[in-house]
Design a protein around this ligand. Sequence first.
Ligand code: ADP
Ligand code: MG
Length: 293
Amino acid sequence: MDRTRPTDPRREDGPEDDTEAAAGVDAFGIPEPAPLTEHGPARVIAVANQKGGVGKTTSTINLGAALAEHGRKVLLVDFDPQGALSVGLGVQPHQLDSTVYNLLMERDSEIDEVIRETGVENMDLLPSNIDLSAAEVQLVFEVGREQALGRALKPVLDRYDIVLIDCQPSLGLLTINALACADTVLIPLACEFFSLRGVALLMDTIDKVRDRLNPNLDILGILATMFDPRTLHTREVQHRVREAFGDLVFRAVINRTVRFPETTVAGEPITTWAPTSAGAIAYRLLAREVLAR
Ligand SMILES: Nc1ncnc2c1ncn2[C@@H]1O[C@H](COP(=O)(O)OP(=O)(O)O)[C@@H](O)[C@H]1O
Ligand SMILES: [Mg+2]
């Protein structure tokens, strides 16, 4: 058995047997993703939580990179004016000529001129910078203000298999735009400062967007992040989250480790920075779960 795989503290059933392994099924019963022969249309996943510092940006980069390892064509959308996703991939946001802001606000701007390749094969980036904060204000006066991102992304959806949108930490108009064009939402929850009320508010917003703007919007899953197996507190939170949300919670659990802040400095995902680390393995497991859902 693969001892390096992150263990789910609440996993009750025994280790896999050989028949499962032979069928390409891992310890969690998740099938090995099939290779693709053609690409698109993309599934759009919004990575959202109005709380900051819960691992949205980190999860967007590393899930994206792990999906790209499976040959999926991935587009990451930096939809936070802080530009942390762009920085995390080695892009200096203040040096950008055109960003997601231009796509939202200028009808004649070309998405191909904004998309950039990243250092990861199969993974591209739509970068942002502080300009995007103006869009939030300016969009209020636009017709179809909630659909601006959806309109901007439409021309390239056929080219990608997965689009991940890294949302800003608020439930404002930018996040509504992401939810309005997404198929599903991935919600990272930090085991360190978990708030059930915060999640309820997010779920409520998702329900409203589903009712009013995007009838097909679904929750893809909840990802426990910042898990520290040594503290009782995070173990308890993890337990409560599974009690409250059951199968919505991914088996993959992201431990708290300095390897993640390190990757930001390095400007690359953990899957290439520390390919055999527990963090890389956990995001690879998450990628398999995402492809299986
Ligand atoms: N699993 C983790 N363990 C330790 N630090 C992490 C982990 N995930 C993210 N971080 C760090 O925590 C900070 C916030 O994470 P980030 O992904 O930017 O959150 P968000 O996008 O939700 O604000 C960043 O400095 C990041 O490097
Ligand atoms: Mg962020």
